[in-house]
Design a protein around this ligand. Structure first.
Ligand SMILES: Nc1ncnc2c1ncn2[C@@H]1O[C@H](COP(=O)(O)OP(=O)(O)OP(=O)(O)O)[C@@H](O)[C@H]1O
Ligand SMILES: CC(=O)N[C@H]1[C@@H]2OC[C@@H](O2)[C@@H](O)[C@@H]1O[C@H](C)C(=O)O
Length: 392
């Protein structure tokens, strides 16, 4: 491929919050370990309510029968194709001008721990949203199902975004922390001037998951989030509850580690609300406390796992949590006394919402060129591998 060839790519992402499809069109220039990416258009489309509800059912292996999974696989393929065509039009481009679509798909099951069988370690992960349907409807080659190849090389198949963070964000002079606050919070550490094998990444704990869970249970009207952090801002942090929540063992677990709904989902919120009943706490104080906890867990992770090795200069926040100013204010209180500046993707001219979709456009660009696109130091894979299956 000629050096410095400019090309357009589409990235599609559907995350653990199951809120819908993020679609981005990017222009990629440059090759190898210094590409550059420019966001041309971004669009988020919510899943139809029936699709969202059925996806939650498919998280339960007993309900995820083969016919339901098969049907949802192609149904999502159609929705992803629509999202791709719509964002391409928004960018003012024609499908023929797009080199590749990278589609993460919807994770419905993730089993990253190896289980031995006949002397081999087996691990698996299931992302649905058929790439062949996307390719057929758009006429553009589609790369999908990225995680399987990392697992086949002995990795956990996640996280995959840090490879693109290393490509796009690393600096020679500054050590950067990239903090995603989605359902779960995850941090990527890019030491100044780092080589790929010096990058590390892990889940810090809850992102918006507890806040969303508490708000949807305590406030009516179908509220799913603390929009703009308004409830937390009007409440007061309950120090006793905060100290109790800080005892959760996850925060102390050594690296590498990752977490999910199993730990911070519905059962966790049930226990929290039982405590609120017993102690007669106000709803808004509970929301303020869990918002503070989320910010604290990020600071705590930095103190425990990063500071002993690297002094960071800045923490750059992405994901939906960026749009909760109370959470961001708590995060500043946590990090700035340690000399770590807190910035949003927007502060550096990027877009918090689009970040993961952009990442999958870039991962697909590498896959189509046959270039490795995982970070073994992050996923635990035995070697670098080309992740993604191509549908022409
Ligand atoms: N305006 C807003 N005010 C407050 N919170 C917001 C706002 N917009 C988004 N959020 C929070 O961000 C969440 C969605 O974040 P995001 O889309 O990054 O998650 P995701 O990609 O599904 O998760 P993951 O990265 O864990 O897969 C919402 O559930 C909500 O809690
Ligand atoms: C299996 C799966 O879908 N994992 C997600 C999830 O959501 C956040 C965190 O857990 C991260 O490990 C990953 O996604 C991002 C896109 C990643 O691979 O980098």
């Amino acid at each position: 491929m000629p050096a410095n060839r400019r090309r357009y790519a589409v990235g599609l992402m559907s995350g653990t919050s199951v809120d819908g499809i993020d679609a981005a069109v990017v222009e990629i220039a440059g090759e190898g370990d210094r590409p550059s990416v420019r966001l041309l258009a971004f669009e988020n489309s919510a899943y139809p309510e029936s699709v969202r509800n059925e996806i939650f059912e498919l998280f339960d292996p007993r309900l995820a029968t083969i016919d339901r999974v098969g049907r949802m696989n192609v149904r999502l393929g159609e929705l992803y194709a629509d999202a791709a065509l719509s964002v391409i039009a928004k960018a003012g481009l024609d499908s023929k001008e797009i080199a590749v679509v990278g589609s993460h798909g919807q994770t419905i099951y993730h089993a990253p721990e190896a289980y031995p069988e006949n002397g081999r370690d087996l691990r698996y992960t299931v992302q649905i949203g058929e790439g062949s349907v996307i390719a057929a409807r758009t006429g553009i080659p589609c790369v999908s199902d990225f995680r399987a190849a990392d697992m086949a090389a002995g990795g956990q198949g996640a996280p995959l975004v840090p490879f693109t963070e290393w490509l796009l964000y690393r600096e020679d002079e500054r050590t950067l922390l990239l903090q995603n606050i989605g359902g779960i919070g995850n941090m990527t550490v890019l030491p100044a001037g780092c080589l790929p094998d010096e990058v590390f990444a892990f889940d810090t704990g809850p992102g918006n998951m507890i806040i969303d869970g508490v708000v949807s249970r305590l406030y009516g009207g179908g509220r799913k989030m603390d929009a703009g952090g308004q409830i937390a801002r009007s409440g007061t942090v309950d120090e006793e509850l905060l100290r109790l929540l800080q005892q959760e063992e996850y925060y102390e677990l050594p690296l590498p580690k990752s977490t999910g709904r199993e730990r911070f989902g519905a059962a966790y919120v049930d226990r929290l609300l039982a405590y609120r009943e017993q102690h007669g706490l106000r709803s808004k104080d509970v929301v303020a406390t869990v918002t503070k906890l989320t910010a604290w867990s990020i600071g705590d992770a930095y103190r425990r796992f990063v500071q002993p090795r690297h002094a960071a200069d800045a923490l750059i926040v992405g994901g939906g949590g960026s749009y909760n100013p109370t959470l961001v204010a708590f995060l500043k209180q946590e990090m700035e006394p340690m000399g770590v500046q807190v910035l949003l993707q927007e502060d550096i001219g990027l877009n918090s919402d689009a970040k993961e979709a952009v990442a999958f456009a870039l991962l697909a660009d590498y896959a189509l060129a046959g270039l490795p696109n995982n970070l073994p130091s992050v996923t635990g894979a035995r070697r670098a591998a080309v992740l993604g299956k191509i549908s022409y």
